[in-house]
Every structure is written in structure tokens, then in C-alpha cells.
Design a protein around this ligand. Structure first.
Ligand SMILES: Nc1ncnc2c1ncn2[C@@H]1O[C@H](COP(=O)(O)OP(=O)(O)OP(=O)(O)O)[C@@H](O)[C@H]1O
Ligand SMILES: [Mg+2]
Length: 370
């Protein structure tokens, strides 16, 4: 803040019951470089009324006044972020009172006999105040931007899940339907043909169709896991057994209940978390054992996927091009939960999803897939 004589005046509110002491302060201020205005108030009511106005740049306050102290005046100022800088300018108040005042957020304390330091103390207080305000503003902006980013992630994930579900429906209705009809026709032809070479071609074509049907079912399952209709346990069990079959890594699944049917959005979050964690294990962990534990005890869904592999280093965790784990953190937030990744090199990695189930009831309107 520019405080030179040419700058806009510094509006000072002086809480002081002694007219003599006020005059001393004015004299000390006259010797400084400040272009200032000063208003003296004596009562708490007057103080509260004037201190709340936008135009006060600085408060100088005596500690003990008739019937109240500067601490009462400080408390009357309202929300911490909107308080003007506040300096205690008083006779001896004792070290304990000075420390507790500064602890409360009062910027500084200056003894009345030490007014020669007033300029320095004011300059420092204004500078600290300006820096704090700038930091609070930056923190607020950061919080807003983080919230927006989180909302956008939630929206994108919902959009992606919807799109996946719609592609899965198209594959089911168009491709699946046509393949099944072609298979029926081939079967009819096979029944009505006795030519061995025709039979051989039709047999090969039926095999190809069967293969295409299997592929379209696999694609549908990864696009929209219809297995979730049977509950989270069944869906994760299906993931775990296909993972074990594909990789040969022993996979153990435990759950406190085989029902586990929280909100659809929570089920899908848990399913996608298990899917990404297992994909990561198959790509990087080099492990021999995977354990998955699911529980909905105490109204919190927890799912832990652990491996006994090589672990993740700090650099790997921060890879700029890696979005899997980062996406899981964001996805967990969209259902009111959080993700923890604990890892030790050479010992293994655990990915833990926690979602308080009561909180997700409020978010249920935002169902992520139908
Ligand atoms: N279970 C694990 N064991 C060992 N390393 C792992 C494990 N899971 C993840 N990592 C390491 O952490 C990094 C970050 O994983 P993340 O899933 O975020 O990204 P990615 O798999 O590399 O890419 P993406 O998931 O975006 O396709 C991986 O590149 C890998 O080096
Ligand atoms: Mg990954």
C-alpha cells in the first residue's frame, strides 16, 4: 500500500478513552510519512459501528477501556477475513495478554511510551495484512477452481458412462441381434444341405459367428458391466476370476456380505476402481498374489485391492501421462468418497476406496448409468 503523503489518506480508527493519549498518537503520526485521517472512539458501540465500515484501513486500540478491553473490540469485528489490521497501542498489558492478543489475530502490540516506532509497526502491519488478504484471495480462487474441476470430472465421467451404456445397447441390439439371426439362418442351411463341402464352410462360418458373438459380449461387458445388476460382490467376483484366468495370478476375494448393493453410482465407482487396479497390477506389479476385500460395515463401503508386487515409486506416481489413479481419486470424490494408495517398494501396493454410504444417498439423483 502506498502510504506516502501524496497517496490516498490512510483512514485510522483510534479506540482510546484518553484525549491526551490520542493527541500524543496524532503528534507521532504527524512525524511519519503517512497521509492520514484519524477518528477517535471511546465506546464499544461507536467502535463497532465505525470499524465495520469499508473506509477503515487501520485500527489502533488501547487495551483497557471503561467496561471492556481491546479483545472485546476485536471480537466485535466479525468474520476474520474482513477485519482491518489491528494494533494494540497501550500502556503495559503484561506479556501473557500481549501474546494471547496476537494469538487471536491482532497484528501487533506497541507500548504508548514507544511511539517513535509507530511508523515502522504500522508499515509492517499493513504489509502483512496485504499479503494475508492476497493469500486468502488466492486460496479462495484455488478452492473454487478445484471445485469446478471436480464438478467437471464428475460430469465427464457421467457422460462417458452414459455414452458407454448407449454404445453397449447399440452393439446388443444391432450387431448382437444380426449375428444371432445370421447364426439361426446358417443352422437352417446346415440342416437342409447334404453337400459335405457346403457343410464344412457353414461349420466354419458358424464358428466365426460364435467368435464374433463372444467378442461383442466381452465388449458390451466392459462398456456397461451388466453383471452389476447382480450386485457389487458378483461383479467384482466376475472381474477377479477373469483376471485370475487371464494372468494366472492367484486372486482372493473376501467380503463381509455377498449382497452389497449400494447406490448404482457407488457400485459403478467401486467396479471401475477394481477394474483399473487390476489392470495396473497386470501391467506393472509383477506379483504372485492379489487380495480384494469389500465391506459395507458401519455404513462405509470400503474396497481394498492389494498385491504383493514391486510397489510404486514416487516418480511413477507423479507420471504426467498417467491418468488411471488420478481418475480414481476424482471418481471417488464424485460419490462423496476418497481413495488411498499405500505402497512400499518390493512389498506391494494397496488401493483403498472408501465411500460413506449415507452421503451417497444425497448424491443418488446423479445416477451415473441407467
Ligand atoms: N499395482 C501396481 N504395482 C506397481 N506399479 C504400479 C501399480 N499401479 C500403478 N503403478 C505405477 O503407477 C503408475 C501410475 O498408474 P496409473 O494407473 O495412474 O497410470 P498408467 O496405468 O501408467 O496409465 P493409465 O492408467 O492412464 O492408462 C504406473 O505407470 C505404474 O508405473
Ligand atoms: Mg493405469
Amino acid at each position: 500500500m502506498d502510504t506516502s503523503n501524496t497517496a490516498a489518506p490512510l483512514h485510522i480508527l483510534h479506540l482510546e478513552d484518553s484525549a491526551h493519549d490520542h493527541r500524543l498518537v496524532c503528534r507521532a503520526l504527524d512525524k511519519t510519512r503517512f497521509n492520514y485521517t484519524i477518528t477517535r472512539v471511546e465506546s464499544l458501540a461507536e467502535f463497532s459501528e465505525l470499524a465495520g465500515s469499508e473506509s477503515v484501513d487501520l485500527i489502533l486500540a488501547d487495551y483497557r477501556l471503561p467496561g471492556f478491553t481491546a479483545i472485546d473490540a476485536w471480537s466485535a469485528l466479525g468474520a476474520p477475513g474482513s477485519r482491518p489490521p489491528f494494533i494494540l497501542l497501550s500502556g503495559a498489558i503484561g506479556e501473557a495478554a500481549a501474546v494471547s492478543a496476537i494469538h487471536l489475530g491482532i497484528a501487533d502490540y506497541l507500548h504508548k511510551d514507544d511511539l517513535s516506532r509507530l511508523e515502522r509497526v504500522i508499515l509492517r502491519t499493513l504489509e502483512v495484512h496485504r499479503t494475508q488478504r492476497a493469500k486468502e484471495k488466492a486460496d479462495r480462487e484455488l478452492a473454487i477452481s478445484e471445485r469446478r474441476l471436480s464438478e467437471l470430472t464428475g460430469y465427464l465421467q457421467t457422460a462417458v458412462e452414459r455414452e458407454r451404456a448407449s454404445i453397449a445397447r447399440e452393439i446388443h441390439d444391432d450387431i448382437g441381434g444380426s449375428l444371432a439371426a445370421a447364426k439361426l439362418d446358417l443352422a437352417w442351411l446346415q440342416r437342409h444341405s447334404s453337400d459335405p463341402s457346403m457343410q464344412a464352410h457353414m461349420h466354419a462360418a458358424t464358428d466365426m459367428l460364435q467368435h464374433a458373438l463372444g467378442a461383442s459380449q466381452r465388449i458390451m461387458m466392459s462398456l456397461r458391466p451388466s453383471i452389476l445388476d447382480q450386485g457389487l460382490f458378483a461383479a467384482v467376483q466376475w472381474l477377479a476370476s477373469s483376471f485370475e484366468r487371464r494372468t494366472g495370478i492367484k486372486t482372493i476375494l473376501r467380503a463381509n456380505s455377498e449382497v452389497l448393493c449400494p447406490e448404482k453410482s457407488v457400485q459403478l465407482t467401486a467396479y471401475r476402481t477394481a477394474q483399473e487396479a487390476l489392470t495396473n497390477i497386470s501391467k506393472y506389479a509383477q506379483c504372485s498374489l492379489v487380495q480384494i476385500e469389500i465391506s459395507d460395515a458401519e455404513d462405509v463401503l470400503t474396497m481394498e485391492i492389494s498385491d504383493n508386487g514391486i510397489g510404486i515409486s514416487e516418480t511413477e506416481m507423479q507420471k504426467p501421462e498417467a491418468f488411471g489413479i488420478r481418475g480414481l481419486h476424482e471418481r471417488a470424490k464424485t460419490v462423496g468418497g476418497w481413495l488411498d494408495v499405500s505402497t512400499r517398494q518390493g512389498v506391494g501396493t494397496s488401493v483403498i476406496l472408501s465411500v460413506p454410504l449415507a452421503a451417497t444417498e444425497q448424491l443418488s439423483a446423479e445416477a451415473q448409468f441407467k
